[in-house]
Design a protein around this ligand. Structure first.
Ligand code: FO1
Length: 334
């Protein structure tokens, strides 16, 4: 285990007892979202956090069912994520990929040996008849995680991009073509008929729901597929608990990934406050980084440091999100 992994494991805090009204739901994509989730997991008791994860990036590849955002969240919380990439495993080896390359198979999607073990197990659990959320709960248990990490839905929702190089499935666009095609539109196949996974629905319907945190994930590619499920958007609109969203754009650039490039292609100015209109029918507070303080023009915005390179920064942003939710709740109960 590397020094970074050890630090991640040793830094887990003794979590405080859960106060009443204590469930927080985090809507999360991949790398950026997982960072905030790791901060939340360190300050909240395990039973107080439900992480609902994007499934729009999932695909079948080399006979395996691969769920990149779920993998990223699981590996991050287990202290096993590759520290530089933010996805995939630390301490990885590449024997299977090398052999696949020798055999002339597809190798554009990098699957390390340890990572493949997780995909094999998930695929076997699914073939045995488990739902995606039950299979994922089993994987979380085997990784000794106590936080609830659930796919947003047990039904497939697949992100498809209409680009200048034709209609592309998400991983074909994102990994195989390195986000180079210009995006004209984004669609989420299956979203209209998908329903929320049981753990997500139960948390959002719970009388103990304290608030919802929308992680700093790409609004089009990570949060978009989840919001395209009508049941989620309706549920968020109807909540009395506060919803706080953190912008993944800082000073006009995405912290990671193609969000800013995509916005330009879709004719949207890549600015931190762009998520405000996208989430306006359910969000209470949009959190901007201190670099974008000038965009916080009214009470809908809060400004705190949002860049998360260190464990301390992840915990600090997590605390800020919880404090914002608690302040809103206190205001409402007056
Ligand atoms: N991202 C890449 O940029 N290249 C890869 O080869 C790659 C492989 C991969 C394997 C397993 C996994 O769970 C994630 C992987 N990712 C890879 C990341 C992933 O495709 C994207 O980061 C997410 O889908 C975007 O959130």
């Amino acid at each position: 285990m590397s020094a970074v992994d050890l630090e991640q494991r040793n830094n887990r805090m003794v979590n405080p007892p859960a106060p009443s009204r204590s469930i927080y739901v985090a809507l999360c994509g991949g790398v950026g979202g997982a960072k905030l989730v790791s901060g939340l997991a360190r300050i909240l008791p395990a039973e107080s956090l439900v992480v609902a994860v994007n499934v729009g990036d999932d695909f079948e590849h080399l006979g395996l069912t691969i769920c990149p955002d779920l993998d990223t969240v699981l590996y991050t919380l287990a202290g096993l994520v590759h520290p530089q990439q933010g996805w995939g495993r630390s301490d990885e080896s590449w024997g299977v990929m090398d052999e696949l390359r020798r055999l002339g198979a597809h190798t554009w999607f990098a699957l390390g040996d340890r990572d493949i073990a997780l995909h094999l197990l998930r695929s076997e659990l699914l073939q045995g008849g488990l739902t995606l959320s039950a299979a994922n709960a089993e994987l979380a248990r085997r990784l000794q995680l106590d936080v609830t990490v659930s796919p947003i839905s047990d039904q497939p929702v697949r992100t498809m991009l209409d680009t200048d190089q034709g209609r592309l499935a998400f991983q074909e666009y994102f990994v195989h073509r390195r986000c180079e095609p210009a995006v004209r539109a984004v669609e989420f196949a299956g979203a209209k008929s998908a329903s929320l996974a049981p753990a997500v629905l139960a948390a959002l319907e719970s009388k103990d729901l304290a608030g919802v945190i929308i992680c700093p994930s790409n609004p089009y590619l990570s949060i978009g597929p989840m919001l395209a499920i009508p049941q989620l958007r309706q549920r968020l609109r109807a909540l009395d608990a506060p919803v706080v969203a953190i912008s993944p754009i800082v000073a006009g650039a995405a912290i990671k990934g193609p969000a800013a490039k995509m916005m330009c292609e879709l004719g949207v100015q890549p600015a931190a406050d762009v998520i405000a209109p996208l989430y306006e029918d359910f969000v209470d507070i949009v959190v901007l980084d201190t670099a974008d303080a000038a965009l916080a023009t009214d009470a809908r915005f809060a400004v705190v440091p949002t860049i998360m390179h260190t464990p301390e920064q992840k915990v600090a942003l997590a605390r800020d999100c919880i404090s914002l939710i608690q302040a809103l709740r206190a205001q409402r109960s007056r």
